[in-house]
Design a binder for this molecule. Structure first.
Ligand SMILES: O=C(O)CCC(=O)C(=O)O
Length: 306
């Protein structure tokens, strides 16, 4: 059964981003493991929880994906990238109970509750058979919230990641510099008044992404490649510049899943709102929830390749 959006006024800023975050952490009654994760996210914007997920659950997701492919052969074949490899599969947690179990992993969710200071939920997910080789980017334009940065990417390796398969890459500390997205949109509106609104917003996104690529190497510490093994979970801050390292052998699999997580009371919006919505009041809610394994799961799109 689907429930309505949960709307709460006056959610405070993410405490990890406050100037006194480290002080608050010292005073917190949280366990050492939780504190160490929060510390990493405050200082680096990235953390790894080793062996967070039972390897058998990881194997089962891969098996479920193979079964999904058998049952949807023509849809899979119609959705290959230019190199003939399967694209990213959105929201596979609605098809695979094992993937839903990974997304709602009790310890990970408890950590997210602590990081948000309120109950966390699942928004959407992406399942990867291959490395994405995605350029360095921030997630904020695609997962926009009011207040900002109420979001974490929560990525689990479903197999040991081979260095040649295009591991995750990120720029530690690169989550702190600011980009004024409203100013970018104003510039685009002034320079390209003839463009349709959707095209102006896409152009603003291109400019924003370009600025992240250009500035991140100078604003953060040296780029890191995450060496993750089956069952390890990484969590990153939405402003962290990250992506998929180029794959020396793009035919190697790199089974993995990323969950996009937010507080239940904060709705996640897309790049159109990110650039154009003004002020502190959030835009109207856009999705309700299912429930699974005691957690709220956003009803935000079906299982589909993208
Ligand atoms: O898995 C990867 O290679 C990159 C994932 C990523 O950048 C993302 O999901 O935002």
């Amino acid at each position: 059964m689907q429930s309505d959006p949960v709307v709460t006024a006056d959610i405070p800023k993410l405490w990890l981003d406050e100037p006194d975050a480290l002080e608050r952490l010292t005073k917190s009654a949280a366990d050492q493991g939780m504190k160490s994760i929060a510390h990493d996210l405050i200082t680096d914007g990235f953390t790894v929880i080793r062996s967070a997920v039972d390897p058998k659950l990881c194997d089962q997701v891969v098996e479920d994906y193979r079964e999904y492919s058998r049952q949807n052969r023509s849809y899979v074949d119609e959705n290959l990238d230019i190199n003939g490899r399967e694209k990213r599969l959105v929201n596979f947690h609605f098809w695979s109970e094992s993937e839903m179990k990974i997304g709602t992993n009790p310890r990970t969710m408890e950590i997210l509750d602590f990081l948000f200071g309120r109950e966390a939920c699942l928004y959407t997910s992406l399942t990867f058979k291959y490395g994405t080789q995605q350029p360095i980017h921030r997630d904020t334009p695609h997962f926009a919230t009011w207040p900002d940065s109420q979001f974490f990417g929560v990525w689990t390796a479903l197999e040991d990641v081979h260095i040649d398969a295009g591991p995750l890459q990120y720029i530690p500390g690169g989550h702190r510099y600011k980009i004024d997205q409203a100013a970018i949109l104003r510039r685009v509106e002034a320079e390209f008044p003839e463009l349709a609104r959707g095209d102006q917003l896409m152009k603003a996104l291109d400019i924003y992404n370009g600025e992240v690529i250009l500035r991140s190497p100078n604003e953060g510490r040296p780029l890191q490649v995450a060496a993750l093994r089956k069952g390890d979970t990484a969590i990153w801050h939405p402003q962290l510049p990250h992506g998929g390292y180029p794959a020396a052998n793009p035919d190697l699999s790199r089974w993995s899943v990323v969950f996009h997580c937010a507080p239940t009371e904060v709705q996640v919006h897309q790049h159109d709102r990110f650039f154009s919505h003004q002020g502190d009041t959030p835009p109207p809610p856009r999705y309700g929830f299912h429930e699974a394994f005691g957690r709220k799961i956003a009803v935000a799109g079906d299982v589909a390749f993208m």
